[in-house]
Design a protein. Structure first.
Length: 416
């Protein structure tokens, strides 16, 4: 069912609609080197084939998984000879281009610059991180999106009717509700949708049915396909969504993003560590119990494992989403760290130094130290603990929210 023309291609309307940047490039007859970046099953390879088919270029498909520099240089020599003999360029399609190392990517540079080849790469990973800057600066990046439910429904309906390449010869039917169920399970991936549809059709035929029902779909697809890559784009996008939803006190969104990560197989201790970080970064002393909750959740995961640990993480997530928020600790430490790193390393004032030896006492170590417990309120107001050069520095500025608000009120009252 792979589309053979742009008219058969489904999805990516932003790129391929009239006025879309990729269609415009084709209509203008300017096939430049580019990268197709998007999730699996949205038509990266298909689109590259269709685009090349509309030109008079030679097509060569190259796998980044199995090819090394020797193979690259051999193909480049062929492309150079082809250009000299026929005056036509070679389109080199590289699937999984992010798997090439820097040296392999650099091997393309002179040929792309000379116009000997038009490089089209496909990747599921963010090119900003995976493609070296020298090569990336010579390529356009086109972002392909997950296919919508309507896109997947159209693809599956076409497959049900097509007798030449699809399932048309089986004479089966399927309701829109059944096809929507497959589309939902497929999470924007046409390949998954077609594979699931085919398996459901085979099960239905084995049962001598003329219609694919929900029962066949559930037999062919055990659970929804949750797109996830523990080291890739989805990983960082989802943890970012979880962190920002908790920060915004959105309980339901926080639970959803947590579930998306855990059900897709994320390492639970990674999530637990992020929650511990969040407790100090975005809540701090506004609700001191947040740190206790998050550490308890992490310990629960370590002791019980999964799936039991999911509820402990959910409890900590809900607690922190509902808790009053403050980044005062985060800001205070960042400012103190900036001074510590970027200023002269000021010596510790003499009155704050210990004097365990006679020589140190003679040198004035600990002279003038005032024991805080000897003073009303437990603080020696006249004793300064910062270096003289930093006198008057205020790093911690409590917010008026939660428990931190009580600290601020007492602090402000003391200053008056």
């Amino acid at each position: 069912m792979r589309p053979r023309t742009l008219d058969e291609y489904v999805g990516q309307e932003k790129l391929l609609s009239s006025g879309g940047v990729l269609r415009q490039m084709l209509e203008d007859g300017q096939l430049n080197s580019f990268i197709l970046w998007g999730p699996p099953g949205v038509g990266k390879t298909t689109l590259a084939r269709i685009v090349t088919g509309q030109t008079d270029c030679r097509w060569i498909s190259f796998s980044a998984v199995t090819s090394g520099i020797k193979e690259i240089k051999g193909v480049m020599s062929e492309a150079e000879a082809f250009m000299n003999l026929e005056g036509r360029r070679t389109v080199m399609f590289v699937d999984e281009i992010h798997r090439f190392n820097k040296a392999q990517q650099d091997a393309f540079l002179p040929y792309v610059e000379a116009g000997t080849i038009t490089l089209i790469g496909a990747t599921t990973e963010n090119p900003s991180f995976e493609i070296n800057s020298a090569l990336l600066s010579r390529l356009k990046v086109f972002v392909l999106e997950d296919l919508s439910l309507d896109n997947l429904l159209q693809i599956m309906r076409d497959a049900m009717l097509d007798a030449e390449r699809g399932l048309g010869e089986m004479g089966l039917t399927a309701s829109d509700d059944v096809l929507k169920l497959i589309a939902t399970y497929s999470s924007g991936d046409a390949r998954t949708a077609l594979n699931s549809l085919e398996l459901a059709a085979l099960i239905a035929r084995r049962r001598n049915q003329s219609e694919i029902t929900e029962a066949e779909v559930k037999s062919s697809v055990q659970q929804a396909i949750l797109k996830y890559d523990k080291d890739g784009e989805h990983h960082y996008n989802l943890i970012s969504a979880l962190h920002k939803s908790i920060r915004n006190s959105d309980v339901d969104a926080s639970l959803y993003w947590l579930a998306r990560m855990l059900e897709a197989g994320e390492e639970p201790l990674y999530v637990a560590r992020r929650l511990v970080r969040f407790a100090s970064e975005d809540i701090g002393l506004a609700s001191p119990q947040a740190l206790t909750q998050s550490i308890a959740a992490m310990q629960a995961v370590e002791l019980m494992g999964m799936p039991e640990g999911k509820l402990a993480l959910a409890q900590a997530t809900v607690f922190m989403a509902l808790a009053p928020k403050s980044n005062a600790i985060y800001v205070a430490y960042a400012q103190a760290a900036e001074d510590a790193l970027n200023m002269v390393q000021h010596p510790v004032p003499m009155h704050l130094r210990n004097a365990p030896t006679k020589l140190m006492k003679e040198l004035g170590y600990s002279d003038g130290y005032q024991y805080a417990h000897d003073f009303a309120g437990g603080k020696a107001e006249s004793m300064k603990c910062l270096p003289d050069e930093l006198a008057g520095r205020e790093y911690f500025k409590p917010s008026p929210r939660g428990f931190e608000g009580k600290i601020k009120a007492a602090w402000d009252k003391k200053k008056v």
